[in-house]
Design a protein around this ligand. Structure first.
Ligand code: BGC
Length: 741
């Protein structure tokens, strides 16, 4: 585990003063329109998530507290704790990362692990893996499992889910995030949070908002038009608050429209609280607080990672009248809501083993449903074991574990089945497996002033030679390629999509001597698959797939299970095809200007007619599905209506399977810029071999709206809309046209 304090100091100390001055100037001149709060009156208490009984109890506690006691609860009194108030029986709050497993126990005030032997946990598949299941029930199961583990370890707040949109495939945290699509993102977010909170632990949706790159994340000022913000970057956060009633929100490191997200009146007060009626509390990202008065007034409740601004300086500011007492009282009220909900225990049982067989089953199911069959030209997959005696297993990712590595939160996994172990246990003595290394993760000497490991892209001729020899002798060669956590990591973005460590050369050489070569890409963000695609007929995509990843992968490889994952991200032919790179707005310098607007991910590719290598929503199966008879409940709709869509899906092959039916909508005569198509609904259905099922979906006419900046509201333009159901964003099978009055 890395020591994170260096990084946080990097952002808080050296840049802080200058940036604060600049941001205050920018805010006062350029973005005065975003300053909306009035501090003369406390806001109305809408009691949405809480009973009157709790609110009355909170009132009486607040009235019994001194101002010193209140301030004491507003910052982290440890790396992952914030104070309660013993005198009044309020226990301290315990936080844990999240989002893909309960972090091992650290020293109270340090990033150093305590080195316990009993704080291991289940490694849950990371964000993009969960997203590839397109299964909201599994998102809920994920939340329940991780929530139960947090509870058992005495944690009150789980720092997840992480739901920022994948704007660039290079983003180092793509593995933690879900998708490039706001609807898929929102649905998974809701499932995850409901699961966590159902286990009695407060979820923390993060990082609010527009934290879409790691480069300069502690200082970059993100700019975009309001329509883009509302349509692309906010929906998952909105759903977290309005549908899942999330208890806490983490503000992002970056600035948005000139103000740090931890002191962003527009994001925190106007949108989150006033519009969405958020009742819980906002914490800063670790080391992401930059001021006292602005942060206090413009929406931050708890400073985490530092104790610099909400400790004595805040007390002084209250005493000087710069921050009204009622503003502090509101913060305490929000914290106490979380405290009562989580029913925090004074002495957390840090030493308990939390990972259970039930949670293992959840991670197996998620891993299984996340694996994407990208290509299977000669039906090489599944491997026919009755005809396969010798398998060459090649590549570091056959044995690499992904729970740890890189920078940021990891999981001390109770166990992690690697692909090689999965194959060995599933095959027993049915075939001989010969493992050879193929490539090794290699890094160049550190570069001065550059954070993170410097990846070596050069092939290793000796390892390739050994792999070729093994492949020659084998009936089937499987190359486990891809990335790992040192390549995809928090705090840095990749600089290229290229497969690291010379893997293209390995894939070319091995596939040249064995036509039954399968490439399994183990990665959690897009990589360059051009060479792979040219070299082999079968490509499977696995992810950082958790404790049971290897078992699930083996079951797919040998046909015990049928793949059903679909890409939650576009895999481009070239990085320059992606919007932020085509427009050269990534990473920006002090400003990241999202000039591609709403055309993020497949919205860009479709609208600009750029063919990706593998499109959003793509994923094959060992069977085939035919789509027919799409219908709507009527041809014409009012603005307040719901549209009921039905269609038939038939499994025309001889293997049972799950198909994710994706419903895209296109405005046939747009009056403003619209994406060629937008995902509006999806449903994952089980279809037994030879059987046909009816798939029913509902969307509201209001779901067809765009955000009209001039009117500052959502507007559905009357006219014709095409509803398109398909197996991916580029594989539309049936469509129907409706009219909106
Ligand atoms: C990350 C957060 C994380 C926090 C605490 C930060 O660097 O951005 O996602 O929860 O550290 O580990």
């Amino acid at each position: 585990m890395k020591n994170k304090s260096t990084k946080n100091n990097l952002y808080t100390k050296s840049h802080c003063k200058l940036l604060l001055i600049v941001s205050v100037i920018i805010m006062s001149v350029g973005f005065s329109a975003f300053r909306v709060s009035s501090f003369s009156n406390p806001p109305e208490n809408k009691l949405k998530n809480n009973s009157l009984h709790v609110e009355l109890k909170i009132d009486s506690i607040i009235s019994a507290m001194t101002i010193e006691e209140k301030i004491n609860m507003l910052y982290g009194n440890g790396m992952f704790t914030s104070a309660g108030l013993e005198r009044l029986g309020i226990p301290e709050l315990h936080y844990t990362d999240g989002p893909f497993g309960i972090r091992e126990e650290l020293g109270k005030n340090s990033w150093n692990p305590l080195g316990l032997t009993t704080d291991s946990a289940t490694f849950f598949p990371t964000g993009s893996a969960l997203a590839a299941t397109w299964n909201t029930d599994l998102a809920y199961a994920f939340g329940t499992g991780i929530g139960e583990e947090a509870k058992t370890r005495g944690k009150d707040i789980l720092l997840g889910p992480a739901v920022n949109i994948t704007r660039t495939p290079l983003n180092g945290r793509t593995f933690e995030y879900f998708s490039e699509d706001p609807l898929l993102n929102s649905k998974l977010t809701v499932g995850y949070i409901k699961g966590v909170q159902n286990a009695g632990v407060a979820a923390c949706v993060k990082h609010f908002a527009a934290n879409n790159q790691e480069t300069n994340r502690g200082s970059v000022n993100v700019k975009m038009d309001e329509r883009t913000l509302r349509e692309i970057y906010l929906p998952a956060f909105k759903a977290a608050v309005e549908e899942a009633h999330v208890y806490t929100v983490m503000s992002a490191y970056n600035k948005f429209q000139g103000a740090y997200c931890a002191e962003n009146d527009y994001l925190l007060n106007k949108i989150l609280r006033n519009e969405w009626n958020f009742q819980g509390f906002v914490m800063s990202d670790w080391g992401g607080t930059h001021s006292t008065v602005n942060s206090a007034l413009y929406g931050l409740d708890v400073e985490m990672g530092t104790r610099q601004y909400f400790s004595k300086p805040l007390l002084d500011a209250v005493k000087k009248g710069e921050v009204p007492v009622w503003v502090i009282d509101e913060k305490i009220r929000r914290i106490l809501r979380v405290n009562f909900f989580a029913n925090s225990t004074p002495t957390p049982p840090a030493n308990s083993t939390v990972s259970t067989p039930e949670h293992g089953k959840i991670v197996y199911d998620i891993a299984l449903q996340s694996i994407v069959l990208l290509k299977n030209n000669a039906n090489i997959l599944p491997i026919n074991i009755s005809k396969t005696k010798k398998i060459a297993v090649i590549g570091d990712n056959a044995t690499h574990k992904h729970a740890f590595g890189g920078f940021g939160a990891g999981v001390k996994a109770r166990y992690e089945i690697t692909p090689l172990q999965g194959l060995q246990s599933r095959l027993g003595n049915k075939a001989t497996i010969n493992f050879v290394q193929g490539y090794k993760p290699k890094f160049l000497p550190a570069k001065k002033g550059v954070f993170g490991k410097q990846i070596d892209y050069q092939p290793d001729a000796d390892l390739i030679k050994e792999a070729v020899a093994a492949a020659r002798k084998a009936d089937v060669a499987i190359i486990f390629a891809g990335t790992n956590h040192d390549v995809e990591t928090e705090a840095t973005d990749r600089t290229t999509l290229a497969l690291p460590f010379g893997q293209d050369e390995l894939i070319k050489a091995v596939s040249a001597v064995n036509k039954n070569t399968i490439v399994v890409v183990v990665a959690a963000a897009p990589v360059d698959l051009n060479t792979t695609n040219k070299s082999v007929s079968a490509i499977l995509w696995s992810w950082y797939n958790g404790s049971e990843g290897g078992n699930a992968l083996a079951d797919i490889l040998i046909g015990n299970a049928n793949p059903s994952g679909k890409l939650p991200l576009t895999i481009p032919v070239s990085l320059d095809d992606s919007p932020a790179h085509a427009l050269k707005t990534f990473p920006g310098d002090s400003v990241a200007n999202y000039t591609e607007g709403i055309l993020v991910g497949y919205r860009w590719f479709d609208t600009k007619n750029i063919k990706p290598l593998f499109c959003f929503g793509h994923g094959l199966s060992y069977t085939n599905y035919s789509y027919s008879e799409i219908q709507t409940n009527k041809p014409s709709f009012n603005q307040a209506d719901e549209i009921e869509i039905s269609l038939k899906v038939k499994n025309t092959g001889n293997k049972d399977g799950f198909e994710t039916v994706q419903l895209y909508v296109s405005d046939m005569a747009p009056k403003v810029l619209k994406a060629a198509k937008e995902l509006k609904a999806f449903k994952k259905v089980f279809v037994a071999a030879g059987k046909e099922v009816e798939v029913n979906m509902k969307i509201k006419v209001s779901d067809l709206a765009f955000f009209d900046e001039k009117l500052s509201k959502w507007v559905v333009t009357p006219g014709s809309y095409k509803l398109m159901a398909g197996a991916s964003s580029q594989d539309i099978r049936v469509s129907s046209i409706i009219n909106v009055e």
